[in-house]
Design a protein around this ligand. Structure first.
Ligand SMILES: [Zn+2]
Length: 139
């Protein structure tokens, strides 16, 4: 899980442009995503981007947001996307107005807290036996 408010930079393999994203909730984001500037795929820089701290001025344009969707969006998603969301995954959309699910999950939330939240929000629990379910171990 990555923190709420974290900014990431994806670098396009085709046009080399940056796509900047921000996390509206704590959650799991993708290693690769579609470039915001062309039809290429962009690779995560693993949240290494940090705003300058030397008192200078930087021009930073955040283009897309990662967020936790509301139940009516979840209900229409395909099974693979639902699986991603139940395991703490966020979905990405251009900045703008989106209905986002508000929650109190944080990077150190336990698997039980995540599962309880998912059940109350979406009506189903994640599968903890899934080897790709990457969240901190239950406390
Ligand atoms: Zn590109």
């Amino acid at each position: 899980m990555e923190a709420r408010g974290a900014v990431n930079c994806y670098v396009c393999e085709k046009c080399r442009c940056f796509t900047m994203t921000i996390n509206m909730s704590a959650g799991v984001t993708s290693f690769m995503c579609r470039c915001a500037h062309c039809d290429g795929m962009a690779q995560s820089s693993f949240y290494k981007f940090r705003p300058p701290t030397n008192g200078g001025v930087a021009s930073v344009t955040v283009q897309e947001m990662w967020y936790r969707p509301v139940k009516k969006w979840f209900d229409t998603a395909d099974a693979e996307t639902q699986r991603h969301i139940l395991r703490g995954g966020l979905i990405k959309a251009p900045l703008g107005t989106h209905e986002i699910l508000c929650d109190a999950l944080e990077v150190n939330s336990s698997t039980k807290e995540i599962a309880d939240f998912m059940e109350s929000a979406y009506g189903c629990r994640p599968d903890f036996k899934d080897p790709f379910f990457k969240v901190p171990a239950e406390k």
